[in-house]
Design a protein around this ligand. Sequence first.
Ligand code: MG
Length: 472
Amino acid sequence: MNFKVKCLGLQLILSILVCSTVLQKTFGQDKKPPNFIIIFADDLGYGDLGVYGHPTIQTPNLDQMAYEGQKWTNFYAAASVCTPSRAALLTGRLTVRSGMSSHKRRVLYPNSKNGLPASEITLAEQLRQVGYKTACIGKWHLGHKEQYLPTNNGFDYYYGIPYSNDMDKVVDIPYWEYWNQPDEAIKTNHFNVPLMRNTEIIERPANQNTITLRYTNETISFIKKNKDNPFFIYLAHNLPHIPLFVSKEFRGKSKRGLYGDVLEEIDHGVGKIIAILKEEGLENNTIVVFTSDNGPWLSFKLNGGSAGLLRAGKGTTWEGGMREPGIFWGPGLIKPGLVNGLGSTMDLFTTFSRLAGAKIPEDRIIDGYDLSETLLHGKPSPRKKLFYYRGTDIYAVRLGDFKAHFITQGEYGQFGKKEVHEPPLLYNLSTDPEERFDVSKENPDVINEINSLISDHRSKLVIGEDQLVEIE
Ligand code: MG
């Protein structure tokens, strides 16, 4: 046995010892570490679920999860568009560090050169290292070339469409004009998106009418196969991102139209996943999270969602772009309640690593906080601040109740041109969640505090090389 192998062996024994001590402290002597399921919607708004106030979309299963678990009212996606939001969730880091956000191209496309750098550590890699079985089911959007796919990023299994469901459009109608057609005219074969299992394309174009149903079924079968192991499932639905598609049995069911039909099918799938956890006796040792990657795509009018009372939507750093429903369910673990403290999808990396007994990487800055004391015991959230990045620039910062906007900009020609604010606009989000009344003049101390937070953040920041570039 050579020296390197011996060292690795010792390291492994040591990390198992450390993990088991942490786990025994958290869950008692005999308990297995908890299973984790992250259900991640695409472009779903803060106001789109029954339990978050939507008057006509019926989401009884998500509502029930919120009543039995925790409903967070200040829970945020880490970016306002798909690729950076997903990269940040899986790595626990702001994507300005990994190069997964850029001003040139905001997301990855089928003609993108790169994906999530191999040097980044994903939550799946963290959990697999301590014995979890891991699956990514659904939209990936962190690189579709083989080396960037989920199976090369800590997932044992992948089933899904590797990028957005509106990519690979093959009908010859300009993108923005295409949507002025009736829903029935928009066909699944207009988008030549691949459906993959692990690294193989198994269907092209993917039949998007049944995609939500199939993602739910894949999740259920992974749970059944891996019920004796701790497992982590990242179920990232392609919908309700446009183009909207739905199974026959849900079409025309919702009073909110096609968008509502799509959400009701997702909610139905959530109910089926909860039911299987109960059937398999796993409900007391599984945490299920439901949230979304960014706010509603308002340019698509009735085909886009609603941010409720929050301002603007997808693509912007107004609240509607990044604040999302955040539901945590786990009857044996999560202390039920309403949580007003701050949370971010980046915190899932740190929290789940900690609950699983995986060591948090020390060789890099991790932006996620450990929310486990809030989730398990109802303690106040440790997160007090939040950076709202667009590309590699800080557009806004939240500190406690206050949010300062240094730059504001709409999305795709809507909600205003780019504007720099000096002094920044300042809103108190507790009294003014709609961001209507600027209180910067009355609160110079808050602005000073936020400015020093930014200086401190920037002094330690190394901007990663842009990974969202096109193939030359
Ligand atoms: Mg999205």
